[in-house]
Each structure stands twice: as structure tokens, then as C-alpha cells.
Design a protein around this ligand. Structure first.
Ligand code: MG
Length: 289
């Protein structure tokens, strides 16, 4: 199933994407939080049962929003989690931590939930006074239920599904403030979408491809198997001492090919367009203003 939140002439609705249509499962005043509530309830069969009877809309007639427009809390993100990207970031001079090229333990930070935008919403570079806006195409993992002390082998039980994330970053702010909260948390710097795909629809997670294009030029291309710390390890690490909640999103890290990997750096500028394609998860495109 592909879960989505949409705007139909300004009215927020929640439901599923099937082919070129949106199936409306909730158009109540609570529709903005309906996807999150459905994940928390664990009762996906309720929406499944509506597939044949619920009203439908053509995708061309609606606007798709971030599938969870208001996360429960800030997104959980992983830094330097692909070998070649860890090296390019270290070598770029923007890595204020400068501790080690390849991390020996997962680097975890959070990205402000208020940075979230949906497909086709604009990434606003005018908010970054340093003009160093960079893209990071990533696989996002959506957590299904409260998770504490999860053993690696049990990780699948705690995954609801997957979604595309663009961890847009101001490189100068990331460097200047040492910690990454400000550099990653700018308004409009958190594109997510177009929908959450439930885990049963993913046949071969390690073979999924992440591809990022800027103005139709391929900048990033990698497979999930290239992660330094895989998803089971991330879930085990995050729940060893803390708690993950239903609807939490983990952005698992970005592959090589970000703008600061080029010399000189290729920062995003007004008029650009960023597209991230992930196998089975569709395509997330955002204009840059
Ligand atoms: Mg990232």
C-alpha cells in the first residue's frame, strides 16, 4: 500500500495511491494526522477494506503533501552512512567534527519537523544567509510501533514502511555551529514523499536504488546495500538506550555525490529542480527558489 496525504482544492484528505488515482479513506477534520494515526493504530486492514468502495480522485486533480505532514517529533537522521560519501564530506572541509573519515559508530542527529515540505513544494534558498544549500537524497524508514531494546534480528517487526527524504542542508551553517541542528533544520529543508510504501511491497531492500538528479543531471546513485550501518543496526542502536515511536521517521543517510563533493561545490540555486528516485518508492521532486 502507498499511503498519502493530499490537498483537494484546499481540503486535506488521507488515503492510498493506486495507479494514477488517490483513494480517499479519511476526509474528516482529522485527515492531516490520519496517516500517523493509522500507523499508530496498527489497523491497516481498515483502509485496505475501503479500497473498492472509497471515493477516488485522479492524481492530476489533486496536490500530494508530505505523507505525514506533521511528524510526532523531529526526524531522526544518520550522518556519514555511505563509505564514499563519508570520505567526500571529510575531504570537503565542511565536516566540523573532523574526528574520523569513516565513523566507527552511527552518527545520529535530528532534523526539525518544522522543516518538512511535500512534493513540488519549493526549497527556499533565501532562508540560508550563507548561500550553501545542498541536497541529500535518502531512504527514510517509518517505524510501526513503540520500540525499545530491539534485537537486530527482530528489526522487521518495528518497520511500517519506507519513504523518500531529501535531507537538505546549509553546509556553512552545518560547519559553523558544529552540531547540525541549525544547518539541517531550516524551514522548507525537509522534503518528504510522495507516499509511504508499506514494507510488504518491498521485495529486496538491499538492492533498492537511490538516485538524485539536479536539473536532470544524475548526481547521486547508490544501493541501500552500500550503507555503512544497515537498518537493523540503526534500529538496534537507537533502541538500545532510547525509544522509537510509531510514525517516527529515520533518514538513513545520503550516498556520494552531494554538492560539496564537487570542486568548486555545486550548491543549489533558485531555478534548480531536485528529483530523488528510489526503487519502489516513486519520485520526489522539489523546485528551488
Ligand atoms: Mg543526511
Amino acid at each position: 500500500m502507498k499511503l498519502a496525504t493530499i490537498s483537494d482544492n484546499g481540503k486535506i484528505k488521507a488515503g492510498m495511491i493506486v495507479g494514477e488515482e488517490f483513494v480517499c479513506c479519511d476526509e474528516s477534520k482529522n485527515a492531516t494526522t490520519a496517516v500517523l494515526a493509522m500507523i499508530s493504530s496498527g489497523n491497516i486492514s481498515e483502509w485496505q477494506a475501503m479500497l473498492e468502495i472509497a471515493p477516488r480522485k485522479k492524481l492530476s486533480e489533486i496536490k500530494i503533501l508530505a505523507p505525514i505532514p506533521y511528524l510526532l517529533r523531529d526526524m531522526i537522521c544518520v550522518g556519514k552512512n555511505y563509505y564514499a560519501h563519508a570520505k567526500e564530506f571529510f575531504d570537503s572541509g565542511f565536516d566540523a567534527t573532523q574526528k574520523e573519515t569513516i565513523p566507527s559508530e552511527p552518527i545520529i542527529f535530528t532534523k526539525a519537523m518544522t522543516s518538512l515540505i511535500g512534493p513540488d513544494d519549493a526549497i527556499d534558498t533565501s532562508i540560508d544567509p550563507t548561500g550553501s544549500v545542498d541536497y541529500e537524497g535518502e531512504l527514510g524508514v517509518v517505524i510501526s510501533k513503540t520500540a525499545r531494546r530491539v534485537a537486530k534480528d527482530d528489526w522487521q517487526d518495528y518497520v511500517f514502511g519506507y519513504v523518500i527524504i531529501n535531507d537538505v542542508t546549509s553546509r556553512e551553517l552545518q560547519k559553523k555551529h558544529n552540531q547540525w541542528t541549525i544547518g539541517k533544520g531550516l524551514d522548507t529543508f525537509g522534503p518528504m514523499g510522495p507516499y509511504i510504501v508499506t514494507k510488504d511491497e518491498i521485495d529486496d531492500l538491499p538492492s533498492m536504488q537511490i538516485q538524485t538528479l539536479v536539473n536532470d543531471e544524475i548526481r547521486q546513485q547508490a544501493e541501500v546495500r552500500d550503507l555503512i550501518f544497515d537498518i537493523p543496526t540503526l534500529i538496534e542502536t537507537l533502541t538500545l538506550t532510547g525509544t522509537l515511536l510509531a510514525g517516527d521517521v529515520i533518514a538513513t543517510g545520503t550516498p556520494v555525490g552531494v554538492g560539496i563533493g564537487f570542486s568548486p561545490p555545486k550548491f543549489l540555486k533558485s531555478g534548480d529542480k531536485v528529483t530523488i528516485n528510489v526503487t519502489g518508492l516513486g519520485s520526489l521532486t522539489n523546485p528551488v527558489i
